[in-house]
Each structure stands twice: as C-alpha cells, then as structure tokens.
Design a protein around this ligand. Structure first.
Ligand code: NDP
Length: 290
C-alpha cells in the first residue's frame, strides 16, 4: 500500500521505519535532512514536495499539535483523492480533529485520530499502545497498518475519542508525577533515605509508573534524560482542561495540575523533560534532590 508519512520527529522517525518494511512509504519532514536520512537508512521514498504526499492511499501525520496537522491538511486538501485514509497519530485536540474529519470528508477522505503511548522506546520497539477514534470502517482500515507500530491497538470511539483519552491519561500521569515528587521530598526532609522511601512506596499502594520507573533514576542517580518534552505534556493537559470546560465539569485537580505544569514549562523552557517538574517541586521548597 502507498503510505505517506509526515513528521519524522522522535516518534515519527521509528514508526515510519517499521511501516517501511511492509508498505511503500513516502516520507516528508519540515527539516528535509531528517527525511533524507530516513530515505537513505530505510529505503523510503523522499517526497520532493509536501504535495506529493497527496497521491498516497494512506496519509499519516505525527506532528506536535493539531495546529500543525491543520496546516498540512490546508496544503494537501485540494489534491487528496476520494478513498484516501488520513491517520493522525499526533496527540491532538479532539475538537480540532472533528473539524478536520469534516473537511476531509468533503473530499471523500476518511479520518481517524490515532495517538500513541509508550514513549520513544515504544516507538523504537513497535510496542506502542495506540488509541483510535473514528468510524468502525476507518478503524478496520487503520488497524492493520498501525499494528506494525504497536502491540495494542484499541478502538475507543468516534473521531476525537482517541485524542481525548490520550490527553486524559497523560493528565493522570502528570498529577501522579507531581504528588509523588512532593511526598518523596517530604520524606527526604524528614531524614528518610531516598532509596528507602522509594522502596517502601513501590512495595505499597503509592506505587506508579512514576515511582517505579521514572523517578528513581532522577532522584537517586541524578540523571535527567529527555524522554518526553514538558512542552508536549503541558499541551496535553491544557487540551484535557479544554474538554473539562466544554463539558462544564468541575475538575479542580486537573486545573491545578495544568497550572503547575504550565508554570513549570515557563520556568524550565521548551527543551525540558516532563519529569523535570520534580525540580520545580524542590525549588518551590527551597530544596534540591542532590
Ligand atoms: P518532535 O518534536 O520530536 O517531532 C515533531 C515533528 O513535527 C518533527 O518532525 C517536526 O519537524 C515536525 N514539525 C514541527 N512543527 C512543524 C510544522 N509547523 N510544520 C510541519 N512539521 C512540523 O515530537 P515527538 O515526535 O516527540 O512528538 C510528536 C507527537 O507525539 C506529539 O503530539 C507528542 O505529544 C506525541 N507523543 C510523543 C511521545 C514522546 O515520548 N516523544 C510519546 C507519545 C506521544 P522538524 O524535524 O523540522 O522539527
């Protein structure tokens, strides 16, 4: 099948590599060198111009936000052919994706939102969990393609549902990282050794992915790798808040998490990793993790 893959960032580059083993892949990236490297290393076809992607049977986008996806849709819409399927793997905005689906439908083009979870390591190993929003027909077409990038592909509802559940689960994660960091800081100030505090946390009901996998390396070994940009995480939580506003829902914990993450982003900058919010937790208390 002819697939065009747009957006060869940390996630898109390895996802396109997996797909290229099973499909005829054309790649396009804003910074052309990355697409050239992909073509060189994985035998994919380099799109000379973005417009060439419109000839594909399936177009996949993996971009920062729905805004960039919409810019790409604007550029390709006139040339897209009826019967094409657009799979948006971006962690996007469900309202934007609904509008995008309507615009594409005017050209007879199908749309599913298919954001992913599992981080860069999941993209590299094709073990992502992929949550798909779209019609049953759209899902049936997308699933056999997405299975080359992930180990669990779940149809969660109509268009937008994939984007919605993605930002909501990331919000749960954000709140968990923050509260775990706060309590571990208190344990440290109480004089409890950090390894011991984590050992107890992970043997008890306070354990989470944050306490088991993400915080130990940072808080004990002082290693703070970039695994997921705080910029993207903050974006996800802000989208979750917009869903809450739209539903007239009372979500004080979510609102607080959003304020804390946005303030952390303003303090740490666009290049920070999302677990670095733990540094802000320490800073707010005149402390450090060292
Ligand atoms: P990156 O920042 O690594 O890559 C972003 C990609 O989008 C690059 O290819 C970039 O091109 C391209 N891009 C940025 N702006 C534009 C634009 N205006 N027009 C066209 N292309 C543009 O992001 P990730 O791959 O990490 O993330 C992509 C999406 O996946 C995000 O929505 C993120 O929230 C989500 N996600 C990320 C995870 C992670 O662990 N990284 C995990 C799960 C989901 P260029 O090379 O020119 O900069």
């Amino acid at each position: 099948m002819k697939i065009a893959f747009i957006g060869l960032g940390a996630m898109g580059f390895p996802m396109a590599r997996h797909l290229s083993k099973h499909h005829e892949l054309t790649v396009w990236n804003r910074t052309r060198e990355k697409a050239e490297r992909h073509a060189r290393e994985h035998g994919t076809r380099l799109a000379g111009e973005l417009a060439e992607c419109a000839a594909a049977e399936v177009v996949i986008t993996m971009l920062p936000t729905s805004r960039e996806v919409d810019e790409v849709v604007d550029k390709l819409l006139a040339d897209l052919r009826p019967g094409t399927l657009w799979i948006d793997a971006t962690s996007g905005d469900p309202n934007a994706s609904r509008l995008t689906a309507v615009r594409l439908a005017t050209k007879g083009v199908g749309f599913v939102d298919a954001p992913v979870t599992g981080a860069v390591v999941g993209a590299e190993n094709a073990t992502l969990t992929i949550m798909v929003g779209g019609s049953p027909e759209g899902f049936a077409r997308a699933e056999p393609i997405l299975q080359f990038c992930g180990k669990k592909i779940i149809h969660v509802g109509p268009v937008g549902a994939g984007h919605a559940i993605k930002v909501l689960t990331n919000s749960i994660m954000g709140a968990t990282v923050w509260i775990t960091s706060e309590c571990l800081l208190l344990a440290k100030r109480f004089g409890i050794d950090m390894k011991t505090a984590l050992e107890v946390t992970n043997a008890g009901s306070g354990r989470s992915n944050a306490s088991e996998n993400l915080l130990p390396m940072r808080l004990i070994e002082g290693k703070w790798p970039l695994i997921f940009k705080l910029l993207h995480h903050d974006k996800d939580i802000r989208i979750a808040m917009s869903i809450a506003h739209q539903q007239h829902a009372a979500t004080p914990m979510l609102a607080l998490t959003q304020h804390l993450f946005t303030a952390s982003l303003n303090e740490l900058g666009d290049g920070a990793d999302y677990i670095e919010v733990a540094k802000i937790v320490a800073k707010m208390n005149g402390a450090s993790w060292e």
